[in-house]
Write a protein that binds this ligand. Structure first.
Ligand code: GDP
Length: 459
């Protein structure tokens, strides 16, 4: 696709910094920069950096380093100039203004990445991974976005799609010879292929639970009766984190306090404000409120006072939570206050000895908190992150995979019931479409627009 205009934007975060980078991309990138720089760059080779002054007429505005990328060897695939200037907001604005005066246009959100996609530098899932990479917080999310950006995900999908296209063409060919009642597409092989594709699609689809955890963190709820020790436990869990957090300038403690990062994965504690305001907890923290929390959590820490809770009471709580929440939740039972003189080990063992997923802790003395952390990490199948397996992190991909899965099942159902070839062909096309949606082989303009508008300007 031929794009005519040249775009420009600040590619580093807005605000004051040591250095800011302004990116200019498009057919006029070099000639526009020539007009505002103290030296000509349009005749310089690709991938070279040059010292120069940005000039506002005769006046020197800033001393900069200019890096040149010639098409097609640039991020966007177009001629690109990156101007590294001093990071004052005034300088950034002034340089952008000068570029606009000389013919550059302001880039829209994600426009650089969209051009990279349109110029064939990357497919759609890779382009989206650029967004994920920029947004990734934990190391695990970062690793996955990087993997996807390198094309790990698309390759898998494209290989499946190619094989399905082969069969699709056979089935379509049969339609041309409908009178003769021939079968070009071997039904057994076709069924085996469908089975194989379904397995991969389902695997990817299921990986979204982890992918989503990587991207957005794992929501955890601490639920327990008043005085069970919820806020003490929360403090014990957040302890180390807090020391780190307070060193980060400008972070709001209130929001960050409620998270911990384990093995590169973020765990977000839900409604911790509610936990902390414990004065009249009995009234406030009614059981309904606890259910609300449980609904949005994927891990529930059910905390109870081991010195005075009976197995029946705990079981009743568990059942109530289970009956109110539909999805599969991870339950971790925490028997607290095992340090207390009131804790009777024998009575406790008799009541809870057979409970699985139970950890004996002392929130106050930080006993077994590490065990709890390991268990938390185990609730997400985090081993996959390091195995190099593909993990779907993107909600749009997950949706396309879900639709592909449904149409695959529909083909299989049709074949088992010997529906006519033309009906099969419709479902095959649907599957191809949904798989293609992921890598962008199928890409309606509005789809592209939706994807790239989620980026920020300058990306
Ligand atoms: P919450 O109402 O569930 O948030 O409970 P708190 O965290 O406020 O704790 C209630 C009381 O139990 C406080 O007096 C805590 O000091 C005490 N407590 C909490 N955890 C432990 C523990 O592990 N051992 C002992 N002995 N006391 C604890």
């Amino acid at each position: 696709m031929m794009i005519q205009n040249t775009i420009s934007a600040l590619s580093t975060p807005p605000g004051i910094g040591g250095i800011a980078v302004i990116r200019v991309s498009g057919t006029e990138a070099f000639s526009i920069c020539d007009k505002i720089l103290s030296r000509k760059i349009s005749d310089k080779p690709s991938h070279t950096a040059h010292h120069a002054w940005v000039l506002n007429g005769a006046e020197k505005l800033d001393e900069v380093v200019v890096t040149i990328f010639r098409s097609p060897k640039s991020f966007t695939g177009e001629d690109t100039v990156e101007i590294a200037c001093h990071g004052s907001v005034f300088i950034q604005q002034k340089i952008l203004e000068l570029l606009m005066e000389h013919g550059a246009e302001a880039a829209g959100p994600g426009e650089f990445t969209m051009r990279a996609y349109l110029n064939g530098k990357m497919d759609l899932s890779q382009a989206e991974a650029v967004g994920d990479l920029i947004a990734s917080e934990g190391s695990a999310a970062h690793k996955q976005a990087l993997h996807q950006m390198r094309g790990g995900f698309s390759k898998e999908i494209n290989a499946l799609r190619d094989r399905l296209i082969h069969f699709a063409s056979m089935v379509e060919l049969e339609l041309d010879f409908a009178e003769e009642d021939v079968e070009f597409a071997n039904r057994d092989q076709f069924k085996a292929l469908l089975q194989e594709i379904l397995q991969v699609v389902e695997g990817l689809r299921e990986s979204f639970a982890l992918g989503n955890a990587l991207k957005n963190g794992v929501p955890v709820a601490i639920i327990g009766a008043p005085n069970a020790g919820k806020s003490t436990l929360l403090n014990a869990l957040l302890n180390e984190e807090r020391a780190i957090v307070s060193e980060i300038a400008g972070t709001t403690r209130d929001t960050i306090e409620d998270r911990i990062t384990l093995g590169g994965i973020r765990f977000n504690f839900i409604d911790t404000a509610g936990i902390r305001s414990t004065e009249d907890a009995v009234e406030k923290m009614g059981i309904e409120r606890a259910f609300e929390k449980a609904k949005s959590a994927s891990v529930i820490l059910l905390l109870f006072d081991a010195t005075n809770t009976s197995a029946q009471v705990l079981e009743a709580m568990k059942q109530q939570i289970l009956s109110e929440t539909d999805e599969k939740k991870h339950f971790i039972l925490l028997a607290n206050k095992v340090d207390s003189p009131a804790f009777n080990s024998e009575v406790f063992e008799a009541a809870f000895g057979n409970e699985k997923n139970l950890i004996r802790i002392s929130a106050k003395n930080k006993l077994n908190i590490e065990t709890l952390k390991t268990k938390l990490l185990n609730t997400v199948n985090s081993g996959k992150v390091n195995s190099g397996e593909t993990i779907v992190m993107n909600a749009r991909h997950h949706q396309a995979l879900t639709q592909a899965s449904a149409s695959l099942k529909s083909i299989m159902h049709g074949m088992n019931n010997e529906v006519p070839g033309d009906l099969l062909a419709v479902d095959i096309r649907k599957t191809l479409y949904h798989l293609g949606e992921i890598t962008g082989q199928i890409s309606a303009d509005d789809l592209l627009h939706t994807i790239f508008s989620k980026f920020c300007i300058g990306k």
